[in-house]
Design a protein. Structure first.
Length: 262
């Protein structure tokens, strides 16, 4: 039984939504994750969304997965070759109108599965709008924020953690090994000073023990797309453990939406 709307006839989609199926909205970006991983992290979000739908069905809640929104909001990755970004207002509007397309035909059980940090703000702004306008509560699963917590809990090494490394690397190796080139993985390269200070993360420098937010491009903090100290030990087994936890949580939320959506 497929859960991807694009692969199902319109009458079946209508019938399943009318019967209470949850609409899952995956999204991600086209950006650099270094030389070992594909640019399209939205592919991973879409795959996790499909697995959430299958797991939810096993628990008794049907779910349908919309095509992924593949473009992130304009942030650190603007200017990367091939990396298409949308302005924050445009991306927010796209998410709002995607949700509206379901709401106007009666679907009030909606779940966002977001695979890009730069989409957190637009996704949550769109969810607030949906609640203000329609009283619909749309939960959002921000994959990499939660996977970052699971990475350490599941025994992931600190040197693998960060952009261009885990958790994205191991999860992608598990879900889309056909697109990965682990032999090309390499350690982080040195970064130059920014305002005379070393970057302490994406969009931050530290002075006198205090972080200051600054506008920054990816090459200034993650040359070649790699900020993890050494991502070469990322592996599919670790990615599977993280994915299983995310899928189980997403399926449980589908059950909550089935039983409690406004």
């Amino acid at each position: 039984m497929t859960h991807r709307i694009a692969e199902i006839t319109a009458p079946e989609v209508a019938a399943r939504l009318a019967a209470g199926a949850v609409a899952i909205l995956p999204m991600g970006s086209l950006e650099t994750h270094g030389p070992a991983l594909p640019m399209g992290d939205y592919l991973v979000a879409e795959e996790i969304a499909a697995r959430i739908a299958a797991a939810a069905l096993a628990l008794g809640a049907d779910a349908l997965v919309a095509p992924a929104i593949p473009f992130g909001g304009e942030d650190f990755f603007a200017g990367v070759a091939g990396g298409i970004t949308l302005s924050i207002p445009t991306l927010t509007a796209v998410i709002e109108e995607t949700a509206e397309a379901f709401i106007r035909t009666g679907t009030r059980s909606i779940l966002i599965v977001n695979g890009h940090a730069g989409t957190i703000g637009p996704a949550e702004a769109a969810a607030r709008t949906a609640r203000h306008r329609h009283g619909v509560i749309i939960p959002a699963l921000h994959l990499w924020r939660e996977a970052g917590k699971l990475h350490a809990e599941l025994g992931g090494a600190a040197e693998r953690f960060g952009h261009g490394g885990d958790p994205v690397a191991s999860v992608t190796m598990h879900l889309r090994p056909d697109l990965c080139r682990p032999d090309q993985a390499r350690p982080r390269q040195p970064t130059g000073p920014y305002l005379g200070l070393p970057p302490t993360g994406f969009g931050a420098v530290r002075s006198h023990g205090v972080d200051f937010a600054v506008p920054m491009w990816v090459e200034e903090v993650a040359p070649g797309g790699v900020a993890a100290p050494d991502p070469r030990a990322a592996n599919a087994a670790h990615g599977r453990a993280i994915t299983d936890r995310l899928v189980a949580a997403g399926a449980a939320m589908c059950m909550q939406l089935r039983d409690h959506a406004a």
